[in-house]
Design a protein around this ligand. Structure first.
Ligand code: NAD
Length: 252
């Protein structure tokens, strides 16, 4: 058995031996679906810099640029289908092995792969709708997109005049309280925490693997490149996500 097969075997054994696992995902699980991540060599941050929340609020030019980028990235997301990695996670949830999928992703692919909404915790929001920053009214994206692309209109709330923003969490924006609490509870209740496709540098999200480990859970990190938290892990797999999880969960 070569080293990679032995590592995947070990992951399988850890999954079989645990009583309650949590999966924590980052942009890396969706690259095999054609959505670029942020920090790979060809990732989004190699081409552009993030727009911080206070810039979005204070500058019309930043809002225009944020909407332009969003509708550009959405082209990839709209066309994306769940891949083998998502399907493997969905199977582990269905089998009752994984109790929660904590995700930093905003692409909705865990839902599309069949993970029930109640098992998904979206730490950085969801890119498939927009929200008023003042009164939290929810807006469909289609009319906003049409007005923006055809008439360069930056949306404002029709009820309170507040700024409308895609329902994702930007750098510098407060984290969603409910989701943070649910993620904390799930992390503290698990005996196996599997971090998948995340560079583990965006905090507070990246704090959960260490919380799990300190609380006595075993920690697995599956990521193509090394991460800063590898030294904490019981098992580090520097492998491709789809084939690795597919193998470990018997999913094609
Ligand atoms: P990241 O870009 O910082 O890290 C992704 C990691 O995944 C990289 O270290 C890369 O080596 C690894 N990776 C990529 N493809 C892989 C594959 N096929 N197999 C194994 N490893 C692979 O992503 P992050 O840690 O999630 O942090 C970035 C932030 O970007 C998150 O907050 C998230 O909200 C946001 N984001 C989301 C999406 C999405 O929803 N799909 C896409 C881009 C960015």
């Amino acid at each position: 058995m070569d080293r990679h097969n032995a590592e995947i075997r070990r992951l399988k054994d850890m999954i079989d031996g645990c009583s309650r696992a949590v999966v924590f995902t980052g942009a890396g699980i969706s690259t095999e679906s054609g959505i670029p991540d942020f920090r790979s060599p060809n990732g989004i941050w190699s081409k552009t810099t993030p727009i911080y929340f206070d810039e979005f609020v204070s500058s019309e030019a930043a809002r225009r640029e944020a909407w332009r980028r969003k509708f550009h990235i959405d082209q990839d997301i709209d066309n994306a289908e769940p891949n083998r990695g998502h399907r493997a996670v969905a199977r582990l949830v269905r089998e009752g092995v994984v109790s929660a999928v904590i995700t930093q992703n905003i692409d909705g692919l865990h839902q599309l792969s069949g993970v029930p909404e109640e098992n998904i915790i979206e730490l950085h929001g969801n890119g498939t709708y927009a929200k008023c920053l003042t009164c939290a009214t929810r807006y469909d994206l289609e009319p906003i997109k049409k007005d923006f692309l055809e008439a360069d209109i930056i949306p404002e709330c029709r009820f309170c005049g507040g700024l409308i923003k895609g329902a994702t969490i930007s750098f510098g924006q407060a984290m969603p309280e409910d989701e943070m609490r649910r993620a904390q509870d799930a992390t503290l209740a698990c005996d196996l925490f599997i971090a998948i496709g995340s560079s583990l540098v965006v905090y507070p999200a990246a704090g959960f693997p260490a919380i799990a480990k300190e609380n006595g859970a075993q920690l697995v990190i599956l990521n193509r490149e090394p991460t800063d938290l590898d030294h904490l892990a019981d098992l580090v797999l520097n492998l491709e996500i789809g084939p690795t999880l597919g193998e470990a969960a018997n999913v094609n």
